[in-house]
Design a protein around this ligand. Structure first.
Ligand SMILES: Nc1ncnc2c1ncn2[C@@H]1O[C@H](COP(=O)(O)OP(=O)(O)OP(=O)(O)O)[C@@H](O)[C@H]1O
Ligand SMILES: [Mg+2]
Length: 275
């Protein structure tokens, strides 16, 4: 039984806009899954099916083998936490601390547990100093961190991040990368994220789904997907800068192994240049 599974999932907005057209998607435990695709491909629409914000027009969405219904939706929202693309949809309390406490409070946890979870989430997102600030006056990147902290404090088994790096500064992106990489091992979480930032994908993801106009057009490991440079550029997508550079060097006759992330590329360069 999969944690999340969609079967031939379609979603049509206003009876006219086919945003999802027969999507088959699977997420298992402790995976880090990236969904990439051009603007309007259907990533956010797919995410909104993962905890019942949207209902399928046809097809199915199963969470731990069960369709989402009134009787289990509360349980499913505890299990699957979503950080929306636009943080303004998510942060609304008078202070950051209250905002991050909102989810755990709604879960009916006791005060001590709530306090512990809030402190832990603020620490993990490095926003302890924002604790007493009103979230609606924060910068875009700060708001994004608050939104992530709020969902994290609910300790979901699946953390869904829709464009988590949009608006983050370079250090924010690095922090987010190491944070996401720790979640499966340290917290047993599955992370599903969408991004236009392909260099991030190669550092974080175990598995990638490529979407185009409402369909999954490719899926595979980081190597399997990013080796298909022509497919990606045909979809208005890019490959990470390191494999692109290595491919150019290979074409110029330099004997260097292909690599997709920073660590492997460093090894490949050192080997190629005899260091
Ligand atoms: N609430 C809505 N009502 C009508 N159409 C919508 C709505 N939300 C999304 N759409 C349409 O559905 C399609 C898929 O949109 P979606 O937001 O899922 O794409 P996306 O892959 O997340 O894009 P982006 O990279 O820009 O975030 C688009 O054509 C979009 O215009
Ligand atoms: Mg989107």
């Amino acid at each position: 039984m999969h944690l999340i599974e969609t079967r031939e999932l379609t979603h049509t907005y206003n009876k006219t806009i086919d945003a999802l057209k027969g999507v088959n998607f699977i997420a298992g435990r402790k995976q880090r899954i990236a969904i990439i695709g051009a603007n309007g491909a259907g990533k956010s629409t797919l995410f909104k099916h993962f905890n019942g914000i949207l209902k399928p027009t046809s097809g199915e969405i199963l969470i731990r083998g069960e369709p989402i219904k009134k009787s289990n939706i509360k349980e499913i929202r505890k299990l699957v936490g979503i950080v929306f693309q636009n943080s303004d949809d998510q942060v609304f309390s008078p202070t950051v601390e209250q905002d991050v406490a909102f989810g755990p409070t709604n879960l009916g946890l006791d005060e001590q547990t709530i306090e512990h979870r809030v402190n832990e989430a603020l620490r993990l997102l490095d926003i302890e100093e924002l604790r007493d600030r009103p979230p609606h006056h924060l910068s875009g990147g700060e708001k994004k961190r608050v939104a992530i902290a709020g969902v994290l404090a609910m300790e979901p088994q699946v953390l869904v991040l829709d464009e988590p790096t949009a608006g983050l500064d370079p250090r924010g992106v690095t922090d987010l990368t190491s944070f996401v990489n720790r979640l499966p091992e340290e917290y047993g979480m599955t992370v599903i994220f969408s991004t236009h930032h392909v260099d991030l994908v190669s550092e974080i993801a175990d598995y990638i789904y490529v979407m185009d106009r409402g369909q999954i057009v490719a899926k595979g490991t980081v190597d399997e997907i990013f080796m298909q440079q022509d497919l990606l550029s045909g979809l208005r997508l890019d490959v990470p800068v390191l494999p692109k550079l290595i491919k150019t060097l290979q074409e110029k006759g330099i004997d260097i192994d292909m690599a997709y992330n920073y660590e492997d590329s460093e090894k490949a360069f050192l080997k190629a240049f005899g260091r």
